[in-house]
Ligand binder design. Structure first.
Ligand code: UDP
Ligand code: MG
Length: 316
């Protein structure tokens, strides 16, 4: 680990012409300040990833790169979404730096937490998660849905850090390992813990957006949540299997019940045999669906081609 690590800030931007001119100064000020204090190298950079903006975002970024060598820009061919834009920036940066910090370009993530993230890195942590200390700046709906989402993820067995979004430090070594994950559906805050290595958290207060509007309305949040659950967990499929067993068992009871009723003579002729057949067949169907589901779940996990292990240290 170097004494003065090279830091790259990765900042995805989508239609942010209103905030970028303001926040770029904050980011540059931070880099200059840290470099002057000798905390980071002066070769540190601020990488803006233009995620197919339709406004002037890219021309603003272009001008910034001409103005100061600390600014860098990467423009994607179309709008790929926040997660993919961020991933593109991380992959671009990993070979040129020691650490990356990803943050929003709207000034919501308190940049003063960066100092604490870097000191955690110097203590030997390779991943430092920015965790929101409170959510009083969020509206009621955003807060309740977001917190419900973190709880649901936990129940479904996906390991994510509570109240952590995408403000985090990752070392380039962890990014190298992360680049081996073959999946196309990216849900970074679920995938980064999977990479492992020593990690810790840093608390920060999330501010209100400086200008412009959030690109995450409820509809997009739900789709991100659904993406997160389905790309990290096969438990929903397992639920079908469990349901299959329960329904088969109830069907078995139904068959017994129908036979008893028939012997007691309390039925119309033909009722018992019909009920038995319906119960038996529907029980079988649910059970088979569950078994097929288990295989589909396995195939799903296999297709991601995730690394089977990641080495931390070698003493060979
Ligand atoms: N963003 C992006 N592509 C998108 C949507 C958002 O790169 O399709 C960026 C956006 O410019 C911002 C970050 O992702 O820097 C987070 O988005 P936003 O601030 O709108 O979300 P919120 O903070 O409200 O959850
Ligand atoms: Mg934001």
């Amino acid at each position: 680990m170097e004494l003065k690590p090279i830091l790259w800030m990765i900042i995805p931007c989508y239609n942010e012409q209103n905030v970028l001119p303001v926040t770029c100064e904050m980011f540059l000020g931070k880099i200059n300040d840290l470099a002057a204090k000798g905390v980071i190298s002066d070769d540190s950079r601020i990488l803006f990833v233009n995620d197919g903006s339709s406004d002037d975002t890219w021309s603003i970024i272009r001008e910034l790169t001409l103005r100061d060598t600390h600014f860098k820009g990467l423009s994607l061919s179309r709008n790929y979404g926040h997660q993919n834009a961020l991933f593109a920036g991380l992959m671009e940066a990993k070979d040129s730096c020691d650490i990356t910090i990803s943050l929003d370009c709207d000034g919501q993530d308190d940049i003063d937490a960066i100092d604490r993230m870097i000191s955690s890195y110097k203590e030997g942590y390779e991943v430092v998660y920015g965790v929101r200390s409170k959510r009083d700046k969020d509206g009621f709906i955003k807060r309740t849905t977001a917190e419900a989402f973190y709880r649901l993820m936990k129940i479904l067995g996906a390991e994510i850090v509570f109240n952590h979004a995408d403000y985090r430090l990752i070392s380039s070594r962890a990014l190298d390992e992360f680049s081996k994950f073959g999946e196309v559906n990216l849900f970074l805050r679920g995938l980064v813990p999977m990479v492992g290595f020593r990690s810790t958290t840093v608390l920060y207060e999330r501010k209100a957006r400086i200008a412009g509007e959030s690109h995450y309305p409820l509809r997009k949040m739900l789709s991100l949540a659904f993406d997160g659950i389905t790309s990290l967990s096969v438990r929903p499929i397992r639920l079908v299997s469990v349901l299959g067993f329960i329904i088969s068992f109830i069907s078995f009871l139904g068959v017994v019940w129908a036979i008893i009723q028939a012997f007691r003579g309390q039925t119309v002729s033909g009722w018992a045999s019909m009920t038995c057949i319906i119960c038996f067949v529907s029980g079988c169907q649910m059970l088979c669906l569950g078994i097929i589901g288990e295989y589909v779940g396995k195939i799903y996990l296999e297709t991601k081609k995730r690394p089977r292990f990641i080495v931390d240290e070698r003493l060979i």
